[in-house]
Design a protein around this ligand. Structure first.
Ligand code: TYM
Length: 373
């Protein structure tokens, strides 16, 4: 069989991702019109659903049907802190806030301050510190302490451990190897870790009323391997299978392949970037334009290759008519790259200025969001 030209694992995303292939490879479902209609009945569809950013799922149909019959839903998502938050990370969080309102659901948010310590060359006090910094970004997106609990693995391990143990007992090393690609040089901390990330799904269900509550996880598709472990263990623990709603990746600024990576500073925009630094990064972004202005006016640009168009389409231009027109004009050579970049940069700068104010205010309420507050 030909080798895939892309890689998607919880710790590595690279190459030109073929999402159709990925759906088949992971065995997830594409979100259908039926699910979109059901979601639309709960709240007007979010941009991420209208534009296909959230595109796949496991058992979303089950959650929606059960919810229509009156079953309670609990949401679960998270972050593996290894640095400051970038704009890709907040994609699932923005969507989670929308889901939270739509389902009137509580959110459990896991900060795996152990995970990146195990995976990367990072000190534990660094990952713990980033966990608190990243939490400010979550709070700045509008979550309320009364319906949002943040779990810090290293602080709240006693709450998760009984659930993690039960999952770990049901997960053989050969399954973990097949799902995560573990090998003989994988440290034993990491080989246990998936049980801890899966544990929160059941923990959240238990806290919100027990075995009847449905857990729905919004995240990008790189996290899917964890949910295979959770879903395999669910019947043994007596819970409904963990459901997910999965997004594509916001591409980095240097090209549409792969995802925005936290390890490539110029490729990513962080929520902590000074607005003018962010503007400069955007002005250097990879576009779908031609070599010269004359050529672009004549031949037009290719929005599919253009990270600036992609960022507008996937995140920053909410108005469908305006977006459609901009794409047409870009293709027709009526919009040049310089002005397109400026259009995006203005939006990103406005977002950052607002977000950074809210982020600073969030410091005062950070403790209220902690699981044990
Ligand atoms: P982490 O910190 O790698 O990523 C946090 C969340 O952001 C998503 N993500 C992206 N989404 C869109 N575009 C991108 N470029 C992009 N890059 C990352 C990830 O899918 C994730 O949803 N192990 C997890 C932490 C975790 C978690 C969870 C995540 C613990 N429990 C439950 C989701 C759901 C991690 O390291 O995420």
């Amino acid at each position: 069989m030909a080798k895939e030209s892309f890689t998607v694992t919880p710790w590595e995303v690279k190459g030109d991702i073929d999402y159709d292939k990925l759906i088949k490879k992971f065995g997830v479902q594409r979100i259908s019109n039926k699910e979109l209609e059901m979601l639309d009945r709960l709240a007007p569809l979010h941009l991420f659903l209208r534009r296909g950013m959230f595109f796949a799922h496991r058992d979303l149909n089950v959650v929606l049907k059960e919810h229509e019959k009156g079953k309670k839903v609990v949401l679960y998502t998270g972050r593996g802190p290894s640095g400051h938050t970038h704009l890709g990370h907040i994609v699932p969080w923005i969507f989670t806030r929308w889901l939270q309102k739509a389902f009137k659901a509580k959110l459990y948010f896991q900060m795996t301050d152990d995970e990146k310590f195990l995976v990367k060359d990072l000190a534990l006090n660094k990952t713990k510190n980033y966990a608190k910094e990243n939490a400010l970004d979550l709070i700045a997106l509008g979550f309320e302490p009364k319906d949002t609990k943040i779990i810090y693995d290293t602080e709240h391990i006693d709450e998760l451990y009984p659930f993690a143990l039960k999952i770990a007992k049901r997960t053989t090393f050969s399954i973990a190897k097949a799902v995560f690609g573990f090998n003989n040089s994988t440290n034993i901390g990491l080989s246990f870790f998936p049980a801890l990330q899966a544990a929160v799904a059941f923990y959240a269900q238990e806290r919100e009323g027990g075995k009847d509550v449905q857990c729905l996880i919004p995240c990008a598709i790189d996290q899917d391997p964890y949910w295979r472990i959770a879903r395999d263990a669910a019947p043994y623990l007596g819970y409904p299978k963990t459901a997910t709603i999965l997004s594509k990746f916001l591409p980095g600024l240097s090209g549409p392949a792969g995802k925005m990576s936290a390890t490539d500073e110029a490729n990513a925009i962080y929520t902590t970037d000074l607005p003018e630094v962010a503007r400069k990064k955007i002005m250097k972004a990879f576009t779908g334009g031609q070599a010269t202005v004359e050529e672009q006016r004549k031949k037009g640009g290719n929005p599919d290759l253009c990270t600036v168009c992609q960022w507008l389409y996937l995140l920053f231009e909410d108005d469908d008519k305006v977006m459609q027109q901009r794409l047409e004009d870009y293709r027709a050579g009526k919009i040049l790259d310089g002005e397109n970049k400026k259009y995006l940069a203005d939006k990103v700068v406005a977002f950052l200025e607002e977000h950074q104010k809210k982020r600073e205010k969030a410091r005062d309420v950070l403790d209220k969001f902690s699981l044990t507050s």
